[in-house]
Design a protein around this ligand. Structure first.
Ligand code: FAD
Length: 418
């Protein structure tokens, strides 16, 4: 039998995360003078389902896409987000004030950019053409085993490959996750919400001023993000029953409903894409890695489409992976434990904050509503909290570091005063 083709890293999945991981790992210098870079295989089916969704990329992700030389290809298709607004639409007794943020307040040109998934995917694929050490195989991973210090992967076509590491970027039903741990798999925690996200893009007659606006409704957020001049994208979280009603609306009535939901802040609206819907759910893998099997993106954590978390968090998985692989080239088997522990805190803290935020909107319990209103009021009115939240939002850890610096400065002033 033919011996398997050998790679340093095999990536399963050619979604946004798999393509980003391939760009990041293809850049790593192998440390071997006879071989300048790692040999990377990306395995994914060729057929890609049409995806009308957009991704709001936060400032930290943009910095990383610049670092791996992808951003210049994506930028011409992306829309800047330099302001954000939160509007309480709940008509509840405890009503929160409207909050508006400008990226200039924290010295940034933008909080981030919004881009069609298909455009981001095209930019990532085009950048991969620069790497001769990258090999795309249009197939699916059928099974994977760890043997003699490597991972042997069998594809649907029957072809076998071997790799020093197997990266699962194969989405929420990951095959890699299932075959980790000597075939016992990595266990996951799954949950769902009584909500569905309606996703579409629409044109409008008034300018968006590069502002993303989040209306808080009792069924979930209604989030409008700029996409290009006169066009925005919408993620509208509703109950499954409302979803059915919305999908049955005649086009003119749907246009009108969207305009009404936004109190006409963007003028007349017209839906310009199909409606997609996504039942809201979440998932966390108990381990992000197990020996030579490592998970990135939705293979390791699934978020409801609230607060632009999924891809942005996946970028941080990839960043950590790139760092660990670069520093452990001679013994890649050592990185799993470090990767798992380094990624867990970020994944759990984001999961908890999105979950609490979503549940606080749904709750009819008055103390919960009071807490939500008080938090929004604090963000709106107390300058250090406001800046902390903005910095944490665009780049996790940055807000806390800035707060630490601020407290240290305060401490120094206090000491000098004594
Ligand atoms: C409505 C909505 C809006 C969102 N908006 C945002 C946002 O604004 N910002 C943000 O950061 N995130 C957002 N997200 C989340 C983001 O879209 C996801 O986190 C991200 O797309 C996940 O990418 P992935 O590559 O991990 O998974 P997937 O996109 O699921 O890709 C997995 C890939 O693996 C392939 N595959 C599957 N099985 C195998 C196998 N056995 N072998 C090989 N390949 C395989 C599949 O064909 C697919 O190509 C949103 C999500 C939704 C639902």
């Amino acid at each position: 039998m033919k011996s398997p083709d050998k790679f340093d890293t095999i990536i399963a999945g050619g979604g946004l995360i798999g393509l980003t991981a391939a760009n990041a790992l293809a850049r790593i210098n192998s440390g071997d003078p006879a071989k300048t870079s790692l040999k990377i295989a990306l395995i994914s089916p060729q057929f890609v389902e049409p995806d009308g969704r957009t991704t709001a990329l936060l400032a930290h992700s943009i910095d990383y896409l610049k670092e791996i030389d992808v951003w210049k290809k994506a930028l011409p298709k992306a829309a800047i987000m330099s302001a954000m607004r939160i509007i309480d639409n709940t008509k509840r007794l405890l009503h929160s004030p409207e909050v508006a943020f400008k990226s200039m307040e924290i010295g940034l040109d933008a909080f981030g950019y919004n881009i069609l998934n298909s455009d981001l995917s095209a930019a990532l694929s085009s950048s991969l053409k620069n790497y001769s050490n990258y090999h795309r195989i249009n197939d699916k991973i059928a099974r994977a085993v760890q043997r003699d210090g490597k991972v042997i992967v069998r594809l649907d076509s029957g072809v076998e490959l071997s790799g020093r590491l197997l990266i699962g970027a194969d989405g929420r039903n990951s095959t890699v996750r299932q075959y980790a741990n000597n075939g016992e798999g990595i266990k996951v925690r799954k949950w769902s919400y009584p909500q569905t996200a309606i996703v579409l893009n629409f044109s409008h007659t008034l300018p968006h001023f590069d502002t993303s606006t989040e209306f808080h409704n009792t069924s979930g957020p209604f989030t409008v993000v700029p996409l290009k001049k006169g066009v925005s994208s919408l993620v509208w979280v509703v109950t499954p029953r409302a979803e059915e009603e919305i999908k049955r609306l005649q086009p003119e009535l749907l246009d009108r409903e969207i305009e009404d939901q936004m109190h006409s802040i963007l003028g007349k609206t017209k839906v310009i894409t199909d409606i997609q819907s996504f039942p809201l759910s979440g998932m966390n893998a108990y381990q992000m890695a197990q020996e030579r099997f490592l998970l990135v993106g939705e293979a390791g954590h699934v978020f409801p489409p609230i607060g632009a978390q999924g891809y942005n968090l996946g970028i941080r998985d990839i960043q950590e992976l790139q760092l660990l692989i670069s520093s452990h080239l001679s013994n890649l088997a050592d990185i799993a434990k470090k990767y798992d522990s380094n990624r867990k805190r970020d994944v759990i803290s984001r999961t908890v904050s999105v979950d609490l935020f979503n549940r606080s909107l749904l709750s009819v319990f008055l103390p919960v509503q009071a807490f939500r209103s008080a938090t929004i009021l604090a963000i709106s009115e107390i300058a250090p909290i406001r800046k902390l939240m903005m910095r944490e939002g665009v780049s996790p850890g940055l807000g806390i570091r800035a707060l630490g610096d601020g407290l240290r400065d305060f401490g120094r002033i206090f000491q000098n005063d004594q």
